[in-house]
Design a protein around this ligand. Sequence first.
Ligand code: ADP
Ligand code: MG
Length: 576
Amino acid sequence: MKTIISYIKPELKRMIWGLSIKFVGTIMDLCIPWILAYMIDNIISKRDIKQIYLWGLLMVVCATIGVFANVYANRNAAAVGRDVTCNLRYDLYKKINTLSSSQIDYFTVPSLISRLTTDTNNIHRTICIMQRLGVRAPILLIGGIMITLTLDPVLTFILILIMPFIAFFISFISKRGVSLYMSLQKSIDSLVRVIRENITGVKVIKAFSKADYERERFYRVNKDVSEKDTTASMVMSLNQPIVNILFNLGLVLVVVVGAYRVEKGAIQVGVIVAFLSYFTIILTAMKSVTKLFIMYFKAEASAIRVSEILEVEKDLDIEDVDMGKTNLKNSCKSEYHIQFKNVAFSYNKKSDAIKNISFEIKTGDSLGIIGPIGSGKSTIILLLMGFYKIDEGEILINGVNIDDMNKAELRNMFGVVFQNDYLFSKSIYENIDLGRNLPDEEIKKAAISAQAMDFIDQSEYGFQKIISQKGNNLSGGQKQRVLLARAFAGNPEILLLDDASSALDFKTDMRLRESILENYKATTKIIIDSRINSIKKCSKIMVLDGGQIVGYGDHEELLKSCPMYFEINEIQNGDL
Ligand code: ADP
Ligand code: MG
């Protein structure tokens, strides 16, 4: 919460200025009924036209100032709200970008997205409304009661008598309504999830003839949403009629008691007219105050969710080294380019994803990694890139521990294709370049090495062809080749390919291997693949199982020494 307030502080001057204008406008609004009452009782009866014009003019002036002041103040409030949220959202976005991979795992991506969108939006709306009504409503409420007290204490008493009832009903019903809406929101979330799964998974659902099952699932959540919506609306719809009944009852009482008092000569008719206006003003203000409270509580929940991210301590595990201090070039004392020394790591700190991993690769050599799903292959490259901090052991590049390197410098060394990597809705060219401003020839060379030119040339737009969201307008193999080109471009020191050619046909895959060997001789390569043929020419091959190395050597050695490798080879290449 403190964090959010620190965003409001710089705007305090503007806010106070706006609120002062609002104050003036509200006072003007409060004056009008009083002037009216004064005119009815004291001026009109004298039939002095000049005086009537004069007081009438005063009313017009008050009303005009009121309107302009309110409009100005509301615009000011909107501007303050906009600037506060803009800064907040910007910092939140920046902060999310600095979160470590384990922190992102902890918060989860959908939650980060909703904090960045729905929650900041809630805060924005509340900051605006608070400025618009936060001053106005209390002034109208208190000022109104004070003025009515001077007009006639007895009638004010009726007003004060009715107020607690109305306040009670509004807050009781709204509280109930808010909790119902909260649970409705949760049901809507699951409805959205089911819809999203259904629509993105529509092919699978059809392929497995699961449409009926899914329809049933949708029917259930849909019914849940509509039932909850009905209940919440029913409860909330009670609000208006009950408040109206009490309100009108109050008005009737004012007129009856007022008439009685006029007859007795205690007050004049104008007072009743003014009272009816004040009654409306005061009760509307009261409704606004209750609404403000409800909004505030909702925004507080959002503010807590946003602050959680803003206040999260920088993950000490990934504390970064200053740019330039890495000194990689001078420390080439190691004969190995990449070295893992007895590395162990666990995502959840309970069971190890990998352990006892040791290997080394010389510059320009290649390491193939093969093993069953979940054996820790992808984890190895994530650790090498410094996305997670290892629990045990050391990872060295050119003899320098990666913990002692600046992360940006470290990551600049790699060209990488992650498993299920991501393409952006931009042109093929921009997807390969990825903001690095590489020269055209470099991009072209990368695309040629990635065997991507044939389909790029086929398209009438060539490199400028726009890739649709998640690369949906490309085939699996085309996507992989754009991703490979991205990894090749920029001539990285180290190439990491995680399952990067699974969608390529054998011939293209073979040509790709040849081109990597030929064009990237000096580049150190780690290639994860489930096909033995794709990695058998690597200088070394590592076989992983359950996070441990069960075989290490070249193809021929492994066939003899590693039963698992032998078996995979038999299945893929044998005569079985
Ligand atoms: P592979 O690439 O060999 O299929 P991974 O390296 O992706 O395997 O995963 C190794 C193990 O770590 C698996 O048991 C997987 O469930 C677990 N794992 C991977 N990523 C995460 C994560 N972000 N959070 C928790 N566990 C994970
Ligand atoms: Mg993997």
